[in-house]
Ligand binder design. Structure first.
Ligand code: GCB
Length: 603
């Protein structure tokens, strides 16, 4: 098992943080087996430079780089600040899609598989404070049937060219799409904090657990500081419960965050290390057909989204992040799902600060060969030794561990989604998913768990939904079936939703519904692909949702148009966005805005 990465680095009185974003030297590996070892020497000057954070694929005007399958290398020089001689220091990559290696000078110091969660190298013993080193990060974008997400490399018959194929509907952007950091901590430091909140009457309870690295002596002191900077509660010891009187709750649309400050204090009363965790006090639970936040029914409005913009691909961008949240606010969205992978930590922090509710998803997308049409005719068999197998399941478990370990403290996260559209109607699904559902609950018993169910796995054929708490359904009546025929689609949708309601009597969240829509294409007949069709189709869904008691939320697919793999079903990407890829509203945006802004978000 890969080590789980703990607290996000931060600058405090005991910790330093240096951002390594910017232009890095960049090169492709010379061959698939990567024998050239480019990290053992400085890259020649005058070569390519690649911005970090960004996916590399669309940066260069070069088809070979765009389509590259295998290793790429990023390199830059880094100084370790001279004041760090007594500290321990790390290089941390927020993500490397999908397999990353950190080299310091000639030496490999860290390796990580899984493209959307952080990893780090302890470089303390290898570079002296005040000295410069050559930092090289290798990134490999290959997907196999044993990775999460899965994929398959095919070899061109005539050319021998390797092409990455996969079952998921978004482009396999790769590289260093999130920030890279150099940071220091004291030798004795806080390694991890877990907080779980509860409410009793007017009192907020923060149950906590602090783990410490290299602990020889020293005590743990906790203080909870409110938004005015006032210490409202204190505690001591590595675990326990802090009580906050007259608590201000974290609420959807009305965030309130306390700073949970953990200190290690030595015998002379000196603070050895300090870390401050933004903590929202709230509860989450499923009761009957309702999804409760702070014991009040919550109705999800919003989207499945993607990290996707022109040129930077999946590169995190503060301007787009803030703008996208502004658009969500404008349209009246109170929530989103991190379809189909964990998003940048900055996004989660933003959601915490602004009271936006998140369904947090692993990168387990495409565990379904029926969607590919691979096995046309034959009964599709997703869960077999040479497809999705025990090793895939191990990788999936690790993806769940890493997601929960990274995001467990976010008030905004109200539910874990452990997969998107797996073949849950096929034999083998139950054997595959039962241990995963169990693991998720072991890691976090406080949040409901779910997965996004595919249309092929109806209430009659799905084999795993009873292992989960909420029925999250992705449905495309009127688009992939009953195409363009909204009355037929409406009847089919209603039948399906009533089937789920009757079988499970628990909340249903429609986690995907939508239609590809070419911005600017109009049709008086509201034919498919037009802006009018998207508008009318969404309205039809809303009519049905409003008539079914257990429907507890609606996430349109998708927030914005996004890039996909090349194929005959997609014209420069998926066009189901309510906004275009450059964030201009389609007609449907106005209808959603009117509906969602008029809804009481709880109820
Ligand atoms: C789905 C997938 C999503 C696709 C969408 C579509 O069911 O979950 O990743 O992009 O359908 O547009 O086909």
């Amino acid at each position: 098992e890969q080590p789980l990465i703990k607290l996000k680095p931060q600058r405090t009185s005991s910790r330093e943080l240096v951002n390594l974003d910017g232009l890095w030297k960049f090169t492709l590996a010379s061959g698939p087996n990567d024998t050239a070892q480019p990290w053992t020497a400085p890259f020649p000057s005058g070569g390519l430079e690649c911005p970090v954070p960004a996916s590399f694929n669309d940066i260069f005007v070069n088809r070979e780089i765009h389509d590259h399958v295998g290793w790429v290398y990023y390199q830059r020089d880094v100084f370790v600040p001279k004041g760090w001689s007594k500290e321990q220091y790390f290089v941390r990559a927020e993500s490397a899609t999908h397999h990353g290696r950190i080299y310091v000078n000639d030496r490999l110091l860290a390796e990580h598989v899984g493209g959307y969660t952080p990893f780090e190298a302890d470089i303390t013993e290898f570079v002296t404070a005040g000295e410069k080193f050559r930092l090289t990060i290798g990134v490999n974008n290959e997907l196999t049937h044993e990775t999460i997400p899965p994929g398959k490399i095919v070899i061109g018959e005539a050319t021998g060219k390797r092409t990455q194929t996969y079952n998921h509907d978004f482009y396999n952007y790769a590289g260093l799409a999130r920030s890279i950091w150099l940071y220091s901590v004291p030798r004795q430091h806080i390694k991890d904090i877990t907080v779980v909140t509860d409410v009793e009457g007017q009192t907020g309870l923060i149950n906590y657990n602090v783990t410490v690295a290299n602990k020889a002596s020293g005590k743990i002191n906790i203080s909870v500081v409110d938004e005015d900077g006032v210490v409202v509660a204190t505690a001591s010891g590595a675990q326990g419960t802090v009580k906050v009187n007259s608590v201000k709750l974290w609420q959807p649309g009305a965030a309130y965050l306390y700073q949970f400050v953990a200190n290690i204090v030595d015998s002379k009363g000196k603070v050895v290390d300090t870390y401050s965790l933004a903590t929202g006090v709230r509860t989450v639970k499923v009761s009957g057909t309702k999804f409760l936040i702070n014991d009040k029914p919550f109705y999800f409005t919003g989207f499945g989204r993607h990290e996707d913009t022109a040129v930077r691909g999946k590169g995190h961008d503060q301007a787009y992040m803030v703008h996208d949240f502004q658009l969500m606010d404008w349209i009246g969205a109170n929530s989103f799902r991190t379809s189909h992978y964990p998003y940048a930590e900055e996004v989660m922090d933003f959601a915490d600060r602004h009271g936006i509710v998140v369904i947090d998803e692993t990168p387990a997308v495409g565990l379904n060969i029926a969607l590919l049409g691979v096995s046309k005719g034959a009964a599709p068999q997703t869960f077999t030794p040479d497809n999705i197998n025990n090793n895939t399941q191990q990788a999936h478990k690790q993806a769940i561990r890493e997601l929960i370990s990274r995001d467990k403290n976010h008030a905004s996260v109200v539910m874990w989604s452990i997969a998107n559209e797996p073949a849950s109607n096929e034999d083998g699904a139950r054997e595959y998913f039962e241990p995963l559902a169990k693991l998720t609950r072991e890691l976090d018993s406080t949040r409901p768990i779910t997965f996004a169910n595919v249309g092929l796995a109806t209430y009659e054929t799905d084999q795993i939904s009873d292992l989960f708490d909420v029925s999250c359904l992705n449905r495309y009546f009127g688009w992939y079936s009953q195409t363009g025929d909204l009355p037929e689609a409406e009847a089919a949708l209603e039948k399906e939703l009533r089937g789920w309601e009757k079988k499970f009597n628990r909340p249903i969240v429609m986690t995907e519904y939508g239609a590809d829509t070419i911005a600017g294409l109009h049709s008086t007949l509201a034919l498919p692909w037009s802006e009018e069709f998207q508008e009318q189709m969404l309205s039809m869904y809303h009519r049905v949702f409003d008539s079914i008691e257990s429907v507890s939320g609606e996430h349109v697919w998708n927030f914005a148009d996004f890039q996909t793999t090349i194929g005959t079903g997609r014209v420069d990407g998926n066009k189901k966005g309510v906004f275009t890829r450059d964030r201009k509203p389609k007609i449907a945006a106005h209808g959603l805005r009117a509906r969602w802004n008029n809804m009481t978000t709880s109820g």
